[in-house]
Design a protein around this ligand. Structure first.
Ligand code: MG
Length: 339
């Protein structure tokens, strides 16, 4: 019997309006995807569409209607299922990964094992997650840093003319390790000019200083920087990685970019083959989306999975990053339940 797909669009709110170099949001629409097999076992996944990648909740729902007919009758045919979805619909990574996560959840539930165990991983090896401080006025930044007290590593959004004021505000209230993410907000020249400030502030990692398409700019910043660089927007899938080797020190995986859990594992393998470190990031997402990514964190160097921790009303319970420490579920599949 074929797998049945159903979906539900819902809205979640963030605790604070969340601003990065490209814009602000305080409520986002997400899509909850459920696959039901012939025995009534359900696999769940979440689509976290980003307008940056041309997706909305509405495009996700439209994409799901195109994906359902190509789903295999047998959820264990993961490789074939993901290939069929990619053939049916290029792009639409948020929609595809929701189905991919739901298939993996279903397989884990049928086998009675959590996904990390199916993949042969040790959850104790998951790195500590950072917690992100969005762009804001210095006085609000100081308040957010104080609120983030339980988290031992902070990620600070930069990429605007206020960078110096923001970083100094952070350093006035904490001595914690900080990482910076410019979300492509600088030119290469601006990024290089910011490096002395970033070093002075003790920034230990810099994500996507220049626009995604500016590979020469990324390489120029890399040559000038003592701070390790990570490509995020410039790296969507494994095929982007060979060209980035030499221009960065690491790459960042996001499920909403790469479109499948198996592609995330391929990205890890390809990055390792190019001697790059591997990070996982996230969108603003609920614990359902976060947990799908959390299951492969034992393979990674750097984790930034605070998407659900930024929410005022997370409807799901799954992996937790309380105090930065990643705790993976032990229940079968993704191990996610409704709150
Ligand atoms: Mg980033």
């Amino acid at each position: 019997m074929a797998l049945r797909l159903s979906s539900e669009v819902f809205e979640v709110r963030t605790k604070h309006p969340f601003t990065i170099a490209r814009g602000t949001s305080d409520a986002v629409r997400r899509v909850w995807v459920r696959l039901t097999d012939g025995d009534g076992v359900e696999g769940w996944g979440e689509a976290d569409p980003s307008w940056y990648y041309g997706e909305t909740a509405d495009t996700v729902v439209a994409a799901l209607a195109r994906l359902e007919p190509v789903l295999p009758a047998d959820p264990f045919e993961l490789e074939a299922a993901e290939a069929a979805m990619l053939r049916a619909l290029a792009g639409n990574a948020a929609a595809r990964v929701a189905v991919s996560a739901a298939l993996h959840d279903l397989v884990g539930k049928r086998l009675g094992v959590p996904l990390w165990r199916l993949w042969g991983l040790d959850p104790a090896r998951a790195p500590v997650s950072s917690f992100t401080i969005g762009l804001d006025r210095p006085e609000i930044v100081r308040e957010k840093v104080r609120e983030a007290e339980p988290y031992p590593i902070l990620k600070i959004k930069v990429g605007t003319p206020d960078d110096e004021a923001v970083l100094r505000a952070v350093r006035e209230v904490t001595t914690k390790p900080i990482r910076a993410d410019a979300n492509g907000g600088w030119s290469a020249k601006q990024a290089v000019a910011r490096l002395p400030l970033l070093e002075e502030m003790g920034v230990e990692l810099l994500e996507q200083p220049v626009a995604a398409g500016d590979l020469a700019g990324l390489a120029a910043v890399h040559r000038a920087s003592r701070i390790p660089l990570v490509a995020d927007e410039a790296c969507r899938t494994s095929s982007d990685i060979p060209a980035l080797a030499g221009a960065v020190d690491g790459i960042s995986i996001k499920l909403a970019k790469c479109g499948s859990l198996r592609e995330a594992l391929r990205m890890i393998a390809v990055a390792r083959a190019h001697h790059l470190s591997v990070m996982v990031g996230c969108m603003i997402e609920t614990s359902l989306g976060i947990t799908a990514a959390a299951h492969f964190t034992p393979l990674l160097d750097i984790v930034d999975l605070d998407g659900a921790a930024l929410l005022a009303d997370d409807p799901f319970v799954g992996a937790s990053i309380a105090g930065g420490r990643l705790t993976l579920p032990t229940a079968p599949g993704l191990g996610v339940t409704r709150r």
